[in-house]
Write a protein that binds this ligand. Sequence first.
Ligand code: ADP
Ligand code: MG
Length: 320
Amino acid sequence: MLEFDLIQQHFTKTTNHTNLGVGDDAALISVSAGMELAISADMLVAGNHFFADADAFKLGWKSLAVNVSDMAAMGANPKWSTLAIALPTNDSAWLSQFSNGFFACAKAFNIDLIGGDTTRGPLTISVQIMGEVPRGLAIKRNGAKVGDDIWVSGTLGDAALALAHMQDKVTLPEDEFISCANSLHTPQPRVALGLALRDIANSAIDISDGLLADLGHILDASKVGAELQLQTLPKSQAMKNNFPNKLTQQMILAGGDDYELCFTAPVEMQAKIIRLSESLGLQLSHIGRITQSSGLIVIGLDNEVLKIKETGFDHFNQTA
Ligand code: ADP
Ligand code: MG
């Protein structure tokens, strides 16, 4: 199949808010009055970010969803995407599943696919996303204030728990594995939350590399510290059934691929945030506080201070 036919068959769909989409040398869009364009890109490489034999539908979903998550973390409304893809072979069945997954996510969040590039090469998926946010209202990493509450959406560490099961490091009952695997393969970006947080949060980030690493980015950018309570970190039933031990504690604090939002907000916002949690039907947990002193302190289950050496997943190390 010619590249043109491939694009026509798998990546050309009618658009909802685009002046000119796939098919010309460039796409054309209009940004609404008073809005800023928020732009972000994320690349997924086979063998590095996913297994080469991963389910194509879920891979399609995830490659857009991780980008949508960045829009959510900025308080931006995602509207347009581009897809640059390198394919080792022209496998029509695989492409159709991949594009079904991609467009399922696009439909769920009303995002147009407006262009891209297609080439032969080791399987690599590079998605760019663009969204709108009222000028000056984007939620940035550098806005955390001393005394802010720290909040997180959903539950933590489930994607890492699913991965650990796949790697035979833990054994989960079937139903628990399925629910954790959903977090890993078909993450649900928190767009409605991100939009609502424009008037509430001082700073926000999405959790792609783990809570400690990503909260660490907020602390660095805002030049503040934080104190977290391990006990208050939100756990799924599967996680609770395996908690606490050193591995699950590590997953909650440093496991990647959750795509929940971590945000900070003034204490006066607590009632508003609790109401928001109810209206969205989304768990929002108060997990700690922004402090003056630099660094990140985690208080353990026995009120002891956990010694966190590094916040990255690979380097995570603690002696309790
Ligand atoms: P050019 O030679 O100008 O780069 P291409 O043949 O690469 O054009 O692409 C033709 C059209 O198809 C362009 O509008 C481009 O944005 C779009 N396109 C190419 N690959 C993809 C893809 N994987 N997904 C969506 N649109 C694509
Ligand atoms: Mg091209």
